[in-house]
Design a binder for this molecule. Structure first.
Ligand code: SF4
Ligand code: SF4
Length: 226
């Protein structure tokens, strides 16, 4: 999932300061699961912003509701007319959701209420770990499901680097050495010999560089003549 956190309330209040009637729009997908931007957080944020505005001698009219996903036009279209009725929309989606709304509804003001961090999963309640950088050329088949690009501090493909101690990365004692984990996993699977094969330099052309990447799937495209 995409993991995000709400911006500090003081920053959101500053961003929303010019507006008197706002919508706090939650997103029902990743940010609901990571407890940053679902219906509960939308209601809390709307209430907190109203109180903050009152405390500074102003008034703020708020409404909070949540749509299934902010990152798809079809869900944005369902609430398009409603969103046009506010001075501004505070989106509690990830940066993708904010940009989807801005792209689909260029006439409205949409502002971010979250800081989007990474793709990852929860290790336990309240703890998330990043585990995919979206490099576009996945190597998890070589490492049996542990990503060296994301989880090794140096993103090396032929590890370990020689600096790890007691299974921890030389960059920080709080970080597991990804290559230590990979070695352990391959050992458990009786596959450690696969590490003897030296991997060639990675093709970074598929990774993020020089602007946004796109994927075009002709097999699922609908030719609408546009
Ligand atoms: S190798 Fe690339 S695509 Fe695969 S998990 Fe790592 S960053 Fe993500
Ligand atoms: S100690 Fe391990 S995780 Fe850290 S940079 Fe070296 S190989 Fe990567």
């Amino acid at each position: 999932m995409i993991v995000a956190e709400r911006k500090p309330l003081s920053q959101i209040a500053e961003i929303m300061a010019p507006y008197k009637r706002i919508c706090v729009l939650g997103c029902g997908s990743c940010v609901t699961v990571c407890l940053a931007g679902g219906q509960k957080e939308a209601l809390e944020t709307a209430t907190a912003l109203s109180i903050q505005r009152q405390n500074t001698g102003g008034t703020l009219e708020t409404e909070a509701f949540t749509i299934e996903r902010q990152c798809e036009y079809e869900y944005v279209d369902e609430v398009a007319e409603r969103l046009k009725g506010y001075d501004a929309v505070l989106s509690l989606a990830c940066g993708v959701g904010v940009q989807t709304i801005a792209s689909r509804l260029p006439e409205i003001i949409v502002l971010p209420g979250l800081n989007t961090h990474f793709m990852g999963y929860p290790l336990e309640q309240g703890v998330w770990i990043e585990n995919c950088l979206g490099c576009g050329d996945c190597v998890l088949h070589l490492t049996q499901g542990i990503c060296p690009i994301t989880r090794c501090s140096k993103s090396i493909l032929n590890g370990p680097c020689g600096g790890s101690q007691d299974g921890k990365c030389e960059i920080s004692k709080d970080l597991d050495c990804a290559w230590h984990l990979i070695h352990e996993r391959l050992q458990n699977l009786n596959m450690v010999s696969t590490l003897q094969e030296i991997q060639p330099p990675k093709n970074w052309a598929t990774s993020h560089h020089g602007g946004p990447r796109t994927i075009v799937r002709e097999d699922v495209r609908i030719d609408n003549g546009e």
